[in-house]
Design a protein around this ligand. Structure first.
Ligand code: NDP
Ligand code: OXD
Length: 317
């Protein structure tokens, strides 16, 4: 028996992640279950999910809100039987900070020619290639949302020229703004290091293809454009990235996300000398930082306050 009320029960459903830390932290204030009780469970008010099995949430007739374990919500919206409950996504200082670190690290590594220097070190070769200053290098951020804006601010502070591309027009101090289909070509033509921080939606799936990569500035100060994708894997066409690397349309790439994860061991991306890989680790969700605001939102909602950081289902993010 538990001394916690049956009302406000939470279903925790995670695929590919271990639930224990999330469970323990949620259980400090709520009754948490890992499976609904039976084919319909009217006692569940909230679901906290990462890639829930399709149809699972439609079995909860009194579901009041769905909490995403990540900033992206494509893993939730992929469910064809998703009930009409509001979806709350992660907006958290801790996660934003991780992403700012990742983007700054990868931009600086491409800018300061890390791949060239590591290859030279392996050959014990003492050679200093020309180094352009940051202000001559333009970083273009696709997606000027919570993460894109924070990354833009950090890159500005490092001295880079920063361009940003969003669906709607956005104004951000010191950032050259581009938007929509019409803004994409001029944005790409002015970009040396492309940082992808877009959500995965029907409009963005497969957007990083050969055509897009070949519109990046080809005669910039780094001797060719670089790609950094920390958004979602299906935004990119990996065969096109490899082709662009081979023909020289793309100089280097840092990829954190992949069309299929984990990345297939046969993929050429693993061993390509101008590709740097991380296993979807740019900004991991830390339950110690993300569960307390989820619990606070549930309590506020029960006091009649509106939920924050809601997903626009029509836009898909
Ligand atoms: P936001 O929802 O705050 O921002 C999304 C941005 O993308 C907005 O600027 C939006 O435009 C823009 N956008 C969406 N659709 C389009 C489109 N069709 N054309 C042009 N711009 C578009 O998201 P976050 O910044 O919080 O997160 C971005 C993504 O990062 C997440 O969706 C997730 O996939 C990924 N992520 C990856 C992590 C990792 O570890 N690799 C960790 C966390 C997140 P507008 O401003 O007009 O709305
Ligand atoms: C997220 C992620 O969406 O970790 O937060 O990918």
């Amino acid at each position: 028996m538990t001394d916690k009320p049956a009302a406000g029960r939470v279903l925790l459903s995670m695929t590919g992640m271990h639930p224990k830390r999330w469970y323990d932290l949620l259980a400090k204030e709520r009754t948490v279950v890992l499976e609904p009780d039976g084919p319909e469970d009217p006692t569940i008010d909230y679901a906290v999910v990462w890639k829930q099995p399709p149809g699972l949430l439609s079995r909860l007739p009194n579901l009041k809100a769905i909490f995403s374990i990540g900033a992206g919500v494509d893993h939730i919206l992929a469910d064809p039987h998703l009930p009409d409950a509001p979806i709350v996504r992660v907006v958290a200082e801790n996660l934003t900070q991780y992403m700012v670190e990742y983007v700054s690290w990868r931009v600086l590594d491409h800018h300061r020619q890390g791949i060239t220097y590591r290859a030279q070190q392996a050959e014990k070769r003492w050679h200093e290639p020309p180094q352009p200053p940051a202000n001559e290098v333009a970083v273009g951020i696709m997606g000027l949302g919570v993460l894109g804006r924070a990354a833009a601010t950090a890159l500005k502070a490092l001295g880079f020229t920063v361009n940003g591309w969003s669906r709607r027009e956005r104004r951000l101090d010191g950032v050259n703004g581009f938007s929509g289909e019409a803004g994409l070509t001029p944005f790409l033509a002015a970009t040396d290091i492309l940082v992808v921080l877009l959500p995965l939606t029907p409009a963005t799936t497969g957007i990083i293809d050969h055509g897009l990569l070949s519109r990046l500035r080809q005669d910039g100060p780094l001797g060719g454009p670089c790609l950094i994708n920390a958004g979602r894997g299906p935004l990119q066409k990996e065969a096109d990235i490899l082709r662009a690397l081979e023909e020289g349309t793309l100089k280097e790439a840092s990829l954190d996300v992949f069309e299929r994860e984990p990345l297939d061991k046969q993929s050429r991306l693993w061993t390509h000398p101008r590709v740097f890989l991380t296993p979807h680790a740019a900004a991991s969700s830390d339950p110690a930082h993300l569960v307390p605001p989820m619990l606070a939102q549930m309590a506020a909602f029960e006091r009649g306050e509106p939920l924050k950081n809601l997903v626009d289902r029509e836009a898909g993010y």
